[in-house]
Design a protein around this ligand. Structure first.
Ligand code: WT7
Length: 647
């Protein structure tokens, strides 16, 4: 609370304002009010001006069947055309579209013309293998340009892609392929991470054993290591590439044609396949590149996210390429070979705009200021943050040590579901307060409400909601429209429920407080307590499990599991190790629990629901103060709390 009142305001410098896309609060207000008074007119005008359409729409927004929105209904466009072809007529033809650096230090620069040619060739490969609009392709790739090429080639033909983060296990990959009934998997032999090869093809093979819908597996050769290829199913990318030509027109697709499905964790054990479509998604990605990242033609822009998360989709590939920017992409870990790898990259490519996560910032703070201080970071003009609330201390360090007090920081709030940034400062207009995403963008009707859906007063906590549809909103959950309605649109009918708690201060600035559901945020990635619990109870020795997020200095939250065991003799220490490994195997290394705690029973309500709130309190405050009268066994909680005391 206090932070809100005392938060320092950082206004942009006159020099920054002078060159910004949106200059000063007055210009911001004009945009904001125009969007508020006439949202359809506002978005329609931007769509007209900022994107290429084969055919125009009959209606900007069709909201006649909520919550199923249609943006630019009846229009025809193509995202790959907008990201590539339209840049080839002018000076961007030979501009770098992607500057890529591999972890071992190899480097590639793809101009817009190169990227266009590679995408056309790969689209021709897909065509030659019989894939067409509406088919689903799963992309399981390292951070190499071919990941973006595969995405854009799918988009060119209307093939729905689903990128699965390379850190996911074969089990998680299998579940996604099966849910999508994908006909194609695009992968690589491996990728480099901390000097080791991540063997993607081998992991994919494990998943593919139980994926009968997959006809083809296309494998890009990245590491050159020996891998098995299955006759009649697996094909080398470079061999197929030899058989096709450079020419492949972009299909004129409906504005609502599905672009991709990206899985994210929800409150049940089953991940949700978030569906994004074409015209509206691209428009908001495009606008936020200008409004929030304030990109100029000559900029080198670097988003350090992985392409497997939504940030990589919207802000490494689609947003930057749509506006004709240079997008920098790095394959590996920030600490390889040393802790200055990122600062080296910024110095080497003279990065102007840099976008990363609070977890990464905190991890780098810990390594000491000498790492960034050894490098010339003077090219930086603007810094960004995403994924979780940024604590003021990390904000100040980022501002002072990386930005040298010169660069505004755009703290961007959004979600896999929102498709692009929703709440963030326009850096040439909105003064900053460390830790706040500041104000909603034009056309975004964000509000904070109480249990009954009434707006709360300034400085009061409530639920963050969005009152009106926005162009890059999710359209449904793949294969489960009922869950889509129930999860997001039922608590307050007609209003989008974000699952986040927030408050707004007297200046109207938004402060995000975190999730209100059983979803954890670990290193800026969403993890479901239920998903980890389901993984744990699949282990033969586990009877029950309850998982909560525990505050963590670096990653924001860490996974903490309370586990009860089936009868038998157990070696607790080795079993804890085994269970951590088990979760990594079931979901992926990034979900590996920080802590496994064994207990005789779990605290439950009389109806048998596990009281995660109490467990959360135990790991957070080391004591229990909440209402415990509904507990089945009061002794349990006391015992657990006592155990905490002893540690
Ligand atoms: C959840 C969405 C958006 C891409 C990365 C995460 C949290 C995200 C912020 C921010 C405070 C944030 C929210 C949100 N979150 N950005 N700037 N400040 N919290 O995408 O996995 O879909 O997670 O991340 O809790 O609901 P995601």
């Amino acid at each position: 609370m206090k932070e809100t009142v005392t938060a320092a305001l950082y206004a942009p410098s006159a020099d920054f304002v002078r060159r910004a896309h949106v200059k000063g609060l007055d210009e911001w207000r004009v945009l904001f009010e125009r969007a508020q008074n006439d949202p359809e007119g506002f978005w329609g005008e931007l769509a007209d001006k900022e994107l290429y359409w084969f055919e125009k729409w009959s209606k900007v927004l069709d909201w006649s069947n909520p919550p199923f929105a249609k943006w630019f209904a009846g229009a025809k466009t193509n995202i790959s055309y907008n990201c590539l072809d339209r840049h080839l007529d002018g000076p961007r033809k030979n501009k770098a579209a992607i500057i890529w650096e591999g972890e071992p230090g190899d480097q590639r620069i793809l101009t817009y013309q190169d990227l266009h040619r590679f995408v056309c060739r790969f689209a021709n490969v897909l065509k030659s293998r019989g894939f067409k609009a509406g088919d689903r392709a799963v992309i399981y790739m390292p951070m190499i340009p071919e990941a973006a090429i595969a995405m854009l080639a799918c988009a060119r033909l209307g093939i729905v892609h689903s990128v699965v983060f390379a850190g996911f296990s074969s089990e998680a990959l299998k579940a996604r392929i099966q849910d999508l009934e994908a006909g194609l998997v695009i992968t690589a032999d491996g990728g480099w991470r901390r000097g080791k090869e991540v063997k993607l093809k081998l992991t994919a093979d494990e998943a593919l054993a139980e994926c009968p819908t997959v006809r083809d597996v296309i494998v890009y050769r990245r590491t050159g290591s020996e891998i098995p290829m299955m006759d009649g199913r697996d094909y080398w990318w470079h061999e197929l590439d030899d058989t096709v030509g450079d020419h492949c027109p972009a299909e004129a697709l409906d504005s609502e044609h599905p672009l991709y499905v990206l899985y994210t964790s929800g409150t049940t054990g089953k991940p949700k396949g978030i569906l994004h479509t074409t015209g509206g998604y691209l428009l908001q990605c495009t606008m936020t590149m200008k409004w929030v990242f304030d990109i100029r033609e000559e900029d080198a822009y670097w988003c350090s996210a992985d392409i497997g998360w939504v940030t990589g989709h919207s802000y490494i590939v689609y947003g930057p390429l749509s506006i004709g920017a240079t997008s920098v992409m790095y394959e590996g870990a920030p600490d390889t070979p040393r802790f200055d790898r990122w600062w080296r990259i910024i110095e080497k490519y003279r990065i102007n705009v840099f976008y990363t996560s609070p977890t990464a910032i905190r991890a780098l703070i810990r390594q000491g200021d000498h790492w960034p201080n050894e490098h010339d970071l003077s090219s930086l003009r603007l810094l960004g943050s995403v994924g979780e609330p940024i604590n003021p201390a990390a904000w100040e360090w980022y501002h002072r040590v990386i930005g040298k007090g010169r660069c505004p920081i755009v703290d961007t709030w959004w979600q896999t579901e929102t498709g692009s940034i929703m709440i963030a400062p326009m850096p040439g207009a909105v003064p900053l307060k460390p830790g706040s995403g500041t104000l909603p963008l034009p056309g975004i009707a964000a509000d904070i409400v109480d249990m009954r859906g009434q707006p709360v007063a300034a400085d009061r906590e409530g639920f963050l909601v969005i009152r009106q549809p926005w162009p890059s909103m999710l359209r449904t959950i793949w294969g489960d429209p009922g869950r889509f309605k129930e999860q997001y649109w039922t608590r307050y009918p007609g209003v989008y429920f974000t699952g986040d708690a927030a408050r707004r201060d007297a200046d109207g600035y938004f402060w995000i407080l975190g999730r209100v559901d059983d979803v954890m945020n670990v290193s800026g990635h969403r993890l479901s307590t239920m998903e980890i619990e389901s993984a744990l109870v699949r282990h033969p020795k586990v009877a029950e499990a309850a998982v909560v997020g525990k505050p963590h200095e670096i990653t924001g939250q860490a996974v903490c599991c309370f586990v009860t065991l089936k009868k038998g003799d157990h070696d607790i220490d080795s079993l804890a190790q085994e269970l951590r490994q088990w979760v990594a195997h079931e979901i992926g290394g990034f979900a590996r629990p920080e802590e496994i705690r064994f207990t005789d029973t779990l605290p439950k309500t009389r109806s048998g629901k596990i009281m995660r709130r109490l467990l959360r309190e135990i790991v957070t405050s080391h004591s229990v103060t909440g209402d415990v009268t509904t507990l089945e066994d009061l002794g349990v909680i006391t015992k657990l709390a006592a155990q905490q005391e002893e540690e």
